[in-house]
Ligand binder design. Structure first.
Ligand SMILES: Cc1cc2nc3c(=O)[nH]c(=O)nc-3n(C[C@H](O)[C@H](O)[C@H](O)COP(=O)(O)O)c2cc1C
Length: 409
């Protein structure tokens, strides 16, 4: 065989191999194949794109409905009603992924029981580090996001979109709005404005008292009882401007770095009459780096960590708030959920619904069904007919044990 003939043959073989690779890759993508996403597609995307570009590309695919097929059927064991909101399954998407509501329908189609938009600010604003804000610490199953990366296209972008979706299209899926403030605005004014604007279209609202857009002073201020009280009084006033069916449940999203005393102060304020909230989202990403990171970025001490390093801390905090509220407030558990087992631990600690972020970024859409499947199996194996029966079970067991000791009763 002449050498030019040989080269032609090799070229043809390479072409056929590439086509075959693309076609089988496309099929595995369409089939939402867990191994393909975890072992091939997501690692490849990390090599090919920056985390910000990958995020934008993910939103683009969702926007144009170029998403994997999802034929997983939610089992009744994962359905629940929290604060009057009926969820087909309790696994939601945490705030930060679809900040401006550009991918809502596709995200629901991927299997999330609910999604949270935001953090939304009234005016369009981009943080100083918005363009280069995150590092994926794969070995640690974590994301490190830098300070001041918060961005929002503002009300003028999101509000008309939501009105069309809810009114014209009568879209009924569950959407929460995580609301914040612009850098130079007054916190109370912006939060009240958000409550007024989003109550007609939201299923629930989240006051993020641990937001990147808050200056450190303001964050410290909000931990003080009197300041939090002022905010919650105004929020409740804004909420009550609406008819009862549009008075949306209010959740407070908490930082995992709160001390036990700060946590108790916050919960105490929410028990006051005009400051009531319906629940807590526990937790946001953390600032405190008391653990050993494996990744090469382990020396970076600047930013906020999400994912596995947050898991234990947020689960403990859920337990603490469940105790402080005697199980009466709804808790949405978030932080390091990467498997059904992680999700189950949060339920047993007191969470009645869950959210994920890092797992979705690192492992792609199949993680949603994986978590739901594994959690359903764990619940059924332990004899629960519905997830609501398992909420706070670990705390209840601990209390039973203490009650058994006469002098601790
Ligand atoms: C890049 C990034 C951006 C985020 N943006 C927001 C946000 O805008 N508002 C908010 O309340 N939480 C935000 N979060 C926090 C997540 O909603 C979630 O609370 C946290 O990541 C813990 O969950 P996880 O361990 O599953 O990631 C963000 C997290 C990351 C990693």
């Amino acid at each position: 065989m002449s050498s030019s003939k040989f080269v032609r043959k090799v070229k043809a073989l390479v072409k056929v191999t590439c086509y075959a690779g693309f076609i089988s890759g496309g099929l595995l993508y369409y089939r939402n194949d867990e191994k393909f996403f975890r072992q091939i597609l997501m690692p490849l995307s990390r090599v090919a794109m920056s985390p910000e570009s990958a995020h934008k590309f993910g939103i683009f695919l969702c926007k144009w409905n170029l998403i994997p097929k999802n034929d997983y059927e939610d089992l009744p064991v994962l359905s629940s009603t929290i604060c009057g909101i009926k969820l087909n399954n309790i696994v939601g998407l945490a705030a930060g992924y679809d900040k401006d509501g550009e991918a809502i329908k596709s995200l629901h189609k991927l299997g999330f029981g609910f999604i949270e938009l935001g953090t939304i600010m009234p005016e369009e604003e981009y943080g100083e580090n918005a363009k280069k804000s995150t590092l994926q610490l794969v070995e640690d199953e974590a994301i490190l996001s830098s300070y001041d990366n918060n961005s929002s296209k503002g009300h003028s972008f999101l509000v008309p979109k939501m009105r069309t979706l809810r009114r014209r299209e009568e879209y009924k899926e569950i959407i929460g709005f995580n609301i914040g403030k612009n850098k130079k605005s007054n916190y109370v004014n912006d939060i009240s404005l958000n409550v007024k604007v989003f109550s007609p279209v939201a299923n629930y609202l989240v006051i993020n008292i641990d937001s990147e857009s808050l200056s450190e002073n303001l964050y410290d201020d909000l931990k003080k009882k009197e300041n939090l009280r002022t905010v919650l009084i105004e929020v409740n006033k804004a909420r009550k401007l609406f008819d009862e069916e549009k008075q949306r449940p209010i959740f407070l999203k908490l930082s995992p770095d709160l001390t036990n005393n700060e946590l108790k102060d916050i919960v105490d304020v929410t028990k006051e009459k005009n400051c009531a909230v319906h629940g807590f989202i526990i937790s946001n990403s953390k600032l405190d780096y008391n653990f050993n990171l494996q990744s090469k970025y382990h020396d970076i001490q600047n930013g906020r960590l999400s994912g596995k390093p947050l898991r234990e801390k947020s689960t403990k905090m859920i337990e603490e708030v469940y105790k402080l509220t005697s199980g009466k407030a709804a808790i949405i558990g978030v932080g390091g959920i990467l498997s059904g087992r992680d999700a189950y631990e949060k339920v047993l600690a007191g969470a009645s619904a869950l959210q994920i972020y890092t797992g979705f970024i690192l492992y792609g859409p199949p993680i949603v069904n994986k978590i739901k499947r594994e959690l359903s199996e764990l619940l059924i194996n332990d004899g629960y007919k519905n997830v609501s029966e398992a909420v706070g079970k670990n705390v209840k067991l601990q209390q039973k044990r203490f009650n058994w000791i006469p002098f601790l009763r």
